[in-house]
Design a protein around this ligand. Sequence first.
Ligand code: SAH
Length: 216
Amino acid sequence: MIDSYKHQGLRKHLVEIIRGKGITDYNVLAAIGKVPRHFFFDSSFLKYAYEDNAFPIGSGQTISQPYTVAFQSQLLMLGKGQKVLEVGTGSGYQACILAEIGAKVFSIERQKSLYDKAVQFIPTLGYRIKLFYGDGYKGLPAYAPFDKIIVTAGAPYIPDALMEQLKPGGILVIPVGGDDVQEMTTITRISEKEFQKREHGKFRFVPLLEDKARED
Ligand code: SAH
């Protein structure tokens, strides 16, 4: 696939749309302007790649809306070289945005077909992201603690394992709620024992599923 001037122009336009919706973090906007979102789409759907919408990626899952990706990324307040865990690799787009910002990214996916696709595809874009097939509710204890954790599916509750895997000063960004709507929530680990919760408005995600990883 190629990244033509036309694609680059569409991306610039997308950045302006997202800026217009209130995203101010320069590094986040620059990353949206850089990562070729159309590479994550099937060739027959290319024209949808630079609209500010979520889109189906197969296996009943979606690539998140660019604004949502930017909003969650901004809440992470990422510094270069920080260790970030993503739960819900999906297409890999959000993971690439975080890598483009300069984070060391670890990402977990529970659907084998999506994990396999991401393992093949992401290195072709030049990003080095550590991908794992498994259940994100458990986090990645072997690689913890993390500076930041981002969950990209709607969680019915905040998993303790993810809070435990935050460094002091770390931030967890997670949409919390039922199947229809979730509240974007941040948990900041103030100290070993103290956590501060904040809410940032309503979003809609596919559900964070609780059963074990699936072979489909
Ligand atoms: N970040 C993705 C958005 C993917 S949608 C992107 O940029 O494209 C949410 C993803 O979370 C789906 O791929 C879904 O399979 C995955 N998921 C759902 N429950 C999960 C769990 N318990 N552990 C890991 N991944 C999960």
